[in-house]
Structures are given as C-alpha cells and as structure tokens.
Design a protein around this ligand. Structure first.
Ligand code: ATP
Length: 412
C-alpha cells in the first residue's frame, strides 16, 4: 500500500506535519480513526500549496477538539448546527474538525439534514470525486490514501465528476463549484456531469440570493474569471439567473475591466464583474438588483445606469457638465462605464476622472462667508459652480473664483 507520509512531510511545514502526527496519536489514544480530507488531499496530490486543514473523525469530532485544546492549549470554537469545531492551536494553526456524517436532502436546493456516520458516508456526501480523498492520520496507517470514489484517477484524467446523478439537484451550488474547479485546474467537466449540470441549471433559481452571491464571489476571486463566465454561459446559467447571455461584447468589457479596474472592495469586486452581463440591455439594472445587497453595490448599479442615460444618443458633455452631473459618483462607476469596448466617451470619462482627482479647491465655505453668503444650500451650489468653471478652464486663480461667485450672486 503506497504511503503518502513522505509527500505530506515534503509539502507541509514541519510544525504542521508534526501536528498531523499528534492528531493521529490522539486518535489512537481515544480509539478513533482520524483522517485528513477534502481540498488539502486533492492539492497535496497535485503539488499545489494548501494548508487548509480539514479533519474527519469517526466519532465525536467536537469532543476530540475539546480534548486537543485541553492537552495542547489554543482555542476551540464550536459550530453546533454543523457538528464541527475549529481548533486554533497555541501557535495559531487553524484546524477544522468534523464528526464523520451523512447528509440527506429533503428538497432540491434545500440545506441538508445531517447525521453522524462513518468516513465512507462522509466522503459520499461530497461534491466531486477529486474532493473525496482522505489520508489516514492514525500512526499505524499514517499517510495511507483512502480513495473510495476514484478521485486519484480523475485527477489523472483531469476531470471534474460528480458522485451520483442527483448531486446538482441536491445542491445546485455545485454547478458553480464545478466551474470554479474546472477553470482553476484547467480540467474538463466530465461529459455525464456536464449533462447533469445542464439539466439542473433551472434549479439555481431556487438558491437563496446569499448563497448565489457567495458562489459568484468565489468564482470572481479566482484568476480565470472569463473562462468561468463562458462556461456558466454554456450551461445557460446567466440566461436563467439574470435573463441575458454572456455575449462577445460582455466578454470584451469584462476583460478590459479586469485589466483596468482600480482596487475595489470585496463587495464591489465580484459584483462589478457580474455587472457586465446584459450591460447593453434595457432591463440591465433591474435584472441585477436582486443580487445587489450592499449599499455600495446598489449605488454602483444606480450610478452606472445614470451614466448610460446621460450618454444615450451619443450626447457630448463638457467636463463642467459632466461634473455637475457626476461629482458625487464613485470613480469605480465611471471607470466601469469607460471600460466598455468601443465606448465613445471612454476617453472623456477617463480624462474627467483624472482632472477631478487633481482638482484643488480654490474657495472654501469660510471664503463664502467672508464674501457675505448666508450658510445653506447656496454654499455647495457655489463651490460646485467654481469647480465646474475650473474644469472648463474658465477660472484658474482664487481671485478669479471670487469674481466668479460675486458675479453669480449679482445675477441671482
Ligand atoms: P478551495 O480550494 O476552493 O478552498 P475546497 O475543496 O477546500 O476548495 P471548501 O469549500 O473549503 O473547498 O470545502 C471543503 C470540502 O468540503 C470540499 O473539498 C468538498 O469535499 C466539501 N464540500 C464543500 N462544498 C460542498 C458542497 N456544496 N457539496 C458537497 N461537498 C462540498
């Protein structure tokens, strides 16, 4: 029987390797089988870095975690609804421990009912064969690979394969996961699995918007966003979810945006990628509303929609006009609008953003008070008018700005 102990030793840091040995020894002391499972086993076999330690215990995983903490210190957090525990060791290493369990699904896309079980059943509830491998940690079998579902063969064939034909019906988030692993590893989705994903595509509508957003965010945080979007399109996910396909124009927009986008918050990063889908369509904003949760995402949608409106019918706007309309718009909304290929106003917008960023105010509220203005809405009106005039190069000095507002005041 091949042992993967040397591979574990080579791939992991010495402290982590020692920790896995300790987990196995404590397993023996408690008469429990203990296994390393999931993504880390897959990545170990692929030679990809991963130190996310998921451990399955045939027995009570949470009691095992408690005992580890008592013996070795650190901190344990329990997640009772999942029957899992996270042990942060005294040196800060995070280990997720779970009792081997089986899952059943009462309805498509519903969350599963969970019961304690053995390793095989625990692995059988997982998404793809390549994620079902386990490595035993108990000393007498330390490093032994357990591969009930031929995950290793699928790694060699470079394919993503589900374990059973109801997999996507039980949990349609797996469609997104399949795409994410396929593009990340440059694997194909095995033919029967692809067909099952196609057949289940309508079910993504049943997922809560939070679960959907989570999957989309994960896809967008991987390096290969464009191929993932193309694959989701081939599975008709965009049409089902947003109402539009991912067109060639969308693709060019996305590529351009991914290259040029400023540093964005996590909220906006994935959402802005999603926002290229259906971008030229009338119902674009309303179709994306359901996935815009945060204030930032909603604001982004509204601002880009307004920009689309302002520039409808090839209208030309001067810097001053643009500023009076968009002075409060975030840079990311403006840049997103400008990233659409063949956008006639891209250069204007980009140059406006630069000018706006370099704008040094010539007047302040204090100056206006000294000039006899009563504090109120007139203040922002005047300051905006000065900024617009600066962008139009009509005024350049403080003196000119003072004359400008006095003149405005006289005109009423
Ligand atoms: P990543 O490298 O992206 O972190 P991972 O394989 O470690 O990938 P996680 O999302 O951390 O993925 O999940 C850990 C393990 O739990 C997976 O390897 C898989 O076995 C299982 N799993 C996660 N999500 C699902 C799901 N929706 N259905 C079935 N099994 C899942």
């Amino acid at each position: 029987m091949t042992t993967y102990a040397p591979l574990l030793k080579k791939a992991l840091s010495p402290s982590l390797f020692a920790l896995l040995q300790i987990l196995g020894q404590r397993g023996d002391a408690q008469k429990l089988n203990v296994f390393l499972v999931g993504g880390i086993v897959r990545d170990l076999l692929l030679g990809r870095p991963n130190e996310d330690i998921d451990v399955v215990v045939e027995g009570d995983g949470t009691a095992f975690a408690k005992e580890l903490q008592m013996l070795f210190g650190g901190k344990v957090t329990f997640h009772p609804s999942f029957g899992t525990a996270t042990w942060i060791t005294a040196k800060g290493q995070k280990i997720d421990l779970v009792s081997a369990r089986t899952e059943s699904y009462k309805a498509p896309a519903a969350l599963p009912t969970v019961e304690k079980s053995n390793l095989r059943a625990d692995l059988a509830r997982r998404d793809f064969t390549i994620n079902t491998m386990a490595i035993q940690l108990n000393p007498s079998s330390f490093g032994q690979l357990i591969d009930y579902f031929h995950g290793k063969a699928d790694l060699e064939k470079k394919q993503i394969r589900v374990l059973h034909h109801l997999s996507f019906i039980d949990d349609p988030t797996r469609i997104f996961r399949a795409v994410r692993f396929a593009t990340r590893l440059m694997y194909k989705i095995e033919a029967a699995t692809w067909k099952l994903a196609q057949e289940a595509c309508e079910l993504v509508k049943l997922l809560s918007n939070e679960r959907l957003a989570n999957e989309l965010q994960l896809i967008c945080s991987e390096p290969h966003v464009v191929p993932s979007f193309q694959m989701l399109d081939a599975l008709k996910i965009w049409k089902t979810l947003i109402g539009f396909p991912f067109t060639v124009n969308n693709e060019a927009h996305l590529k351009n945006w991914l290259e040029k986008r400023p540093i964005l918050s996590k909220d906006l990063d994935w959402f802005s990628c999603l926002a290229v889908i259906g971008y030229t369509e009338e119902a674009w904003e309303s179709s994306l509303q359901k996935l815009a949760f945060t204030h930032q995402q909603k604001r982004f949608l509204t601002e880009v929609s307004r920009l689309k409106d302002y520039f409808k019918h090839e209208r030309n706007l001067s810097y001053g006009e643009l500023h009076s309309l968009c002075r409060l718009f975030k840079e990311e909304s403006l840049q997103f609008f400008a990233a659409k290929p063949f956008e006639q106003h891209a250069a204007l917008i980009e140059s406006y953003v630069k000018k706006r960023n370099n704008l040094v105010p010539l007047l302040t509220g204090e100056d206006l008070k000294l000039l006899g203005f009563e504090p109120g809405p007139i203040f922002s009106e005047m300051l905006l008018s000065v900024e617009c005039a600066m962008l139009e190069k009509m005024i350049q000095t403080k003196e000119e700005a003072i004359n400008w507002v006095i003149h405005k005041k006289q005109k009423g």
